[in-house]
Structures are given as C-alpha cells and as structure tokens.
Design a protein around this ligand. Structure first.
Ligand code: AMP
Length: 487
C-alpha cells in the first residue's frame, strides 16, 4: 500500500484521534487529511505543472505535517527548514534546492481551510524524491540529501516487519527537529500505524521543568532520540519508568550510544526494551539495530551498532575499495534500496561517495567500522565530521563561515571533549587586523556575526586568538598541536 494510503486509512477510520501534539497545539487525523488536501489543491494552483520542491520554514507546528503531506500528494518533495536557521542560510537552501515555494506555518494556517477531497493522481511514486534534508557540507555550503519514497518504504517495512507497533494505539515521542531524519522515523511510523506524534519543541526542551511535566502526561510508548537527549533527561532523578509507565521501547541513533548511558537507562526502565541503531541521512534514518540486553552489556564495551536490516548490505572496505578480512577495520559502506540517489544537483559530491552497486546504490559513510560475524561496530569518523549534542556538523563548514568574516584571516575549529564525548567546539582564529577590545569582546563580536550565517549549534563556544597557526610538516595548520593546547 502507498504510504499516503496507509495514512488515509487512519484519516478515515479514526478522524478524531490526534495525529500530532506539539506543545499546546494539536491536529486530528481528520483535520490533517482535510487540510493537507486543501493545501495540495492550492499548491497545484500556484505551481501548475512545476514539480519543484516545496520548502517550509518552521519548527514542529502541526502545519509542518500538513505541508509535508500536501507536497507529496502533489508529487513534489518537501524541504523542511528549521526556524532557528539564519536568513542567509535559508536563502542558500532555497537557491540550492530550487524550491518553487517557501511556506511558513502561519501562511499554511491561513490557506488550508477547506475544500473537497484532493485527487492525488500525481502523488509521489516509488522512485520520486519524497523529502530533501540539508546537512552540513565541508565547504561551508549545506548539501541536500534526496530521499525517495522507495528509500523511505524500505526503512518503514523493516521497522514495521521486525518491531511490532500496536495499530492505532502508540504514542511516538518526537525529540529530533524535522530537519534531522530521526524525526522521519517518528512521523511516518506514527502516521502509518495510526499513532499520535508527540513533539517536544525547542522551547520546551530548554525549560526542563516544563519538559518533564509534559513528558509525564504524554503517555508516550515509543522513543527514538539521540543518546545525548537521554543523558540530559537522566539528570532528573525522577526520569524513570514511573514517570513514563507506557514507554516500552527505546531506539537510539545518530551518535555513539555509550555503555554507561545504556546501563543507567536499563536501571531506570527495567521493563523497557532498548535498541542501538545506526545510519546516516544518506541511507535513510538507520540501517543496523541491536537490542541492548544484559548479555550484550556484559559482552561488549563499546557497544555494537548491530546487524544490518534485511535487503541491505554492509561492506567494510579498505582504502583501495576491497573488502577487508572479517573482523578487520575499514570504512563502513552501505548498499541497498535505502541508499539515496545522492546530493541534489551536486553530481560532483554525489560521485565521491555514492555508486551503483548490484542493481541498487552504495554509500561510503566515512565511518570506521568492523564486522564481527555480522555484528557491526562503528569506530568513529575518518574525516572532520562531528556530532555535537546530536547535530551533524562538518568542522570545515564552521571554518569556511568563520573565514568569510571580514575580521578573520584564518580559522581552525576543533572539538573539545569531556571524557569520550564531544562537549563543545573551540575556534582558533588569526585576525586580519587588530583585535577589537578584549578576547571576550572580540569573541562576542565574531559570534554575533557568525550567528547571521549558521544555526546556533554551529557557533563555537570558545575562541582563542593567535598571531599565526603552528604549522605541520606539510605547511598546514597543525591541528594536532592546537588540539593539545586544549588539554
Ligand atoms: P546523520 O546523517 O545526522 O544521521 O549522521 C550520521 C552519522 O552519525 C554516521 O555516519 C555516524 O558517524 C553517526 N552515527 C549514527 N548512528 C550512530 C551510532 N549508533 N553509533 C555511533 N555513531 C553513529
């Protein structure tokens, strides 16, 4: 059944059930169906035959879902942009994606009022782009990952096949922003199984008292989030099974799931099942999974990322492209129907990491990995991509944007670790002129300028000003030496 038909089924049989709750806003299945139909008709009227992406700038408003569904009903992919994105970066995303339309939740609320059922005869089909997510690119430009309906279907088929979701009864926590593909898991597993999506907004998660109050009354049964979010929650002693009695399954994805976090979590939620999953946006949410049982905890530290989903392969390759011997370390390469066609309008970037593979596509992840009898381990990055509190960032993206500032002659950005985890990012700066005031004042000035170019999570916390960078033997800035100076 087409994904839109699975959703339409719930619109028909449970029109009054809430499809989405986001802070004090909510939308029922009936409203979601009617409003996305009306918006779809409006989009056709505005865009005619142009099958261009539809961009929406917002956060987690119910109108985001209305727009996602409306776009794909008309055969157009959608591009979510978080409202925390500075205008210049929004502009770039619109240019790069060649979006035909930029909507906002306010605009959608004023448009999608009424109208008859929409005849979705041109809806997105298997091979068409379903959504485009922009991620950090190493040269300072965001890049758009194209995900087709077939890619998404492969993921949903795995999840619904291997994990039971009670039809019409689950409540899915949504912590990830809609610009991060963990949210795609929440949205479409929920809507296609008649569940309720329970979003935590950024405003809520920055007010912990309110967040725990909301969580307590949420009734959530399913959880997908980064380990960083669970760690944050565990600061609160009462974050446990008593607070969330219905929560019976945790999925983690997006960054290293530390052994210690897993131990603590299973103590807090003794009857819930906990899974570590792994995957990049380019291979649609996640491709491996493992249940973190007592036995797994006893056997492995660091934890594995699990076994690969059915119909997809993981290859561990050496630099020369050949597969390494079993158990040896190499690059994790993913091949299967879940692998994206590539980066939107960037054949140059696409060809570097994607390739045709036995009738499907393969993607070189840039992750070091190892396969022990089918149990896969992820052992960190081969490049300068990092995960900071769950956000995927290319250090090169931050550096390029810093170098673009008038006052900056050169910049190196490095992760600052607390134990094994990246806690923040520090910038080393060579100024093009005199320092304006104290280090603190100069740093504040640069942070302000940078905030006009990149999202808040891409602004370094600490700034160090140097006359020049130490050089390595190749005459490049010596990152190792700079890292040592961070202690
Ligand atoms: P994203 O595209 O934002 O999902 O980021 C993908 C990257 O996050 C992967 O290439 C890995 O480097 C990292 N990652 C995702 N899941 C895990 C995991 N379970 N353990 C370790 N790293 C992970």
């Amino acid at each position: 059944m087409h994904l839109l038909e699975s959703i339409a089924h719930w619109v028909k049989v449970t029109p009054d059930r809430l499809a989405h709750i986001s802070d004090d806003r909510s939308i029922s299945y009936g409203e979601l169906g009617a409003r996305s139909d009306a918006l779809a008709a409006w989009l056709d009227g505005e865009l005619g035959n142009r099958k261009v992406p539809v961009a929406i700038l917002g956060h987690k408003e119910p109108e985001m879902l209305v727009t996602f569904l409306a776009a794909v009903k008309t055969g157009r992919p959608y591009v979510p942009i978080d409202k925390s994105t500075p205008p210049s970066r929004v502009e770039r995303v619109l240019e790069i994606s060649e979006a035909g339309m930029l909507l906002t939740p306010e605009k959608v609320a004023s448009l999608s009022v009424s109208g008859g059922p929409y005849e979705a005869s041109n809806r997105v089909s298997e091979g068409d782009p379903f959504y485009i997510l922009f991620t950090s690119g190493s040269t300072g430009e965001p890049k758009g990952v194209v995900i087709t309906l077939a890619n998404l279907n492969h993921y949903l088929a795995w999840m619904t096949g291997d994990y039971a979701f009670a039809p019409g009864a689950e409540i899915f926590l949504n912590h990830a922003p809609f610009t991060f593909d963990l949210s795609v898991h929440d949205i479409y597993l929920s809507l296609s199984t008649g569940g309720t999506l329970f979003s935590l907004t950024k405003e809520t998660t920055s007010d912990l008292k309110r967040m725990f109050e909301l969580l307590r009354s949420s009734g959530i049964t399913q959880w997908m989030a980064t380990p960083s979010f669970a760690q944050m929650c565990m600061i609160e002693k009462r974050f446990n099974q008593e607070m969330l009695p219905g929560l019976h399954r945790f999925f983690f994805c997006g960054e290293v799931f530390a052994h210690e976090t897993a131990v603590q979590l299973s103590e807090r939620f003794p009857t819930a099942r906990v899974f570590n999953t792994y995957g990049p946006t380019e291979a649609t949410i996640a491709v491996t999974s493992v249940e973190i049982t007592k036995e797994v905890l006893a056997e492995w530290n660091p934890l594995p990322i699990g076994r690969v989903m059915p119909g997809t392969r993981i290859l561990i390759r050496a630099e020369d492209g050949r597969e390494v011997a079993p158990g040896e370390r190499g690059e994790i390469v993913i091949a299967g129907p879940n692998v994206s066609p590539g980066y939107l309008f960037r054949p140059d970037l696409t060809e570097k990491v994607f390739a045709a593979f036995e009738g499907t596509r393969s993607y070189r992840t840039g992750d070091w990995g190892r396969d022990r009898n089918g149990m896969v381990f992820c052992e960190g990055r081969m490049d300068n991509q990092i995960k900071l509190h769950g956000h995927r960032i290319e250090l090169g993206d931050m550096e390029s944007n810093l170098r673009a500032l008038d006052e900056v002659a050169d910049a190196v950005v490095l992760p600052v670790k607390k134990g094994d985890r990246i806690d923040s990012v520090a910038a080393f700066i060579v100024l093009s002129g005199q320092k304006a005031g104290s280090d603190f004042e100069q740093a504040a000035a640069l942070k302000k300028q940078l905030s006009e170019r990149v999202p808040p999570y891409m602004i370094p916390r600490k700034f160090f000003f140097l006359e020049s960078f130490p050089m390595n033997a190749n005459g490049k800035a010596d990152r190792k030496k700079l890292a040592e100076s961070l202690g």
